[in-house]
Design a protein. Sequence first.
Length: 416
Amino acid sequence: MVPAKKSRRTSMSSTIFISAGEASGEHYGALLIEALKGQLSATGQTAQFFGMGGERMADAGLERVVRSEDMAVMGITEVLRHLPRIYREYRKLKKAIRERKPDIAVLIDFPDIHFKLAEELHRLGVPVIFFVSPQLWAWKKHRIELVKKYVDRMLVIFPFEEPFYRERGVAAEFVGHPLAELPPPSITREQFAAENSLDPQKIWIGLLPGSRSKEIRDNLPEMLRAARKLPGTGFQFLVPLASTLNGKQRDDVRQLIAIQGAGLDIRLVDEARAALLHARASVVASGTATVEAALIGNPFVVVYRVSPLTYAIAKRVVKVPHVAMANLIAGKRVVPELIQSDFTAANIVQQIELLLPDRAPRQSMMEELAAIRGLLNTRLAGQGKECGGAIDRVAAVTLEVAGLASPAPTAKTVQA
């Protein structure tokens, strides 16, 4: 059994390190800070939060040592180009951890940086919660040893991940997926249209190229070529921009669209979930946005492209039957996957046209997506009622492991 850690603090105020490096994790981080504040307040305690995050985490109360938007790069060749900056920001985090020595650390996804931080935290005696598992079940299984050595509790958001870790001796728990518990956006189609200069009578198609600049440059041009090839003229295309993109990066997206999307009716929007709710169908880059699309029930096509070197290496080491998370959860091909050389404008058009009319392909996909939503929501499955949803459970485990609160009533004893 993994015992709760004794708090090193005697005062009613604690210090909690939270780190998230990209848009999805940053969203969870902001929710987690609010949940931690609420649970601490219920016992007359407070906490200070510091670490890495985006603007939402800062608004929630995080003292940002490093901005997540300065670290959000991916792929082997992309990381190599930005290595000096990444290393500089990483050293800032290590220095802050050494100086402030928090009561506990919560690391959200972003494994390349967070495994190194976990080692440093472990060396300093700071308990580590890892929330949102890196995809070790797909590749880099050898990193399990790092998890066993440096992570006190692994909290996972997909049901098949818990047995994967537990069978390998890791204290792991499926807490549910935070996005599965969110209500649909309350904004109506008419309100969304008015806010984004859209025509409610036209067919809206979402184009979600990813949350990082490199992803957008790799994915959006082909999406725009597909938009040109769609027969008919009654379309408007919605391109959500991640909150972690800075001003220059947003300007770069606008310039790309102005050049390669000239003549198309395109609207940049800030709320991806609202765009997915109201779009007729979407083209979505592989990643968290595919889970958002699945949970909202928006029919979609998964696409992705990385550098040839990154893809060649990944193809040799990744051992999973599907790329799209929706397909991995379902255990079958629910949504089409157009990866690397299959990611062409013609293929996108062929697949998206099947999803626009109210016919069997669209209805079948929507039924499959509803089943996936049921698997990811612990509340729908009859779990997690005593302590709220996924984020509340993460907060409860964090305080339990830190010795800042009593164990939550739904906590599961996991043999490590």
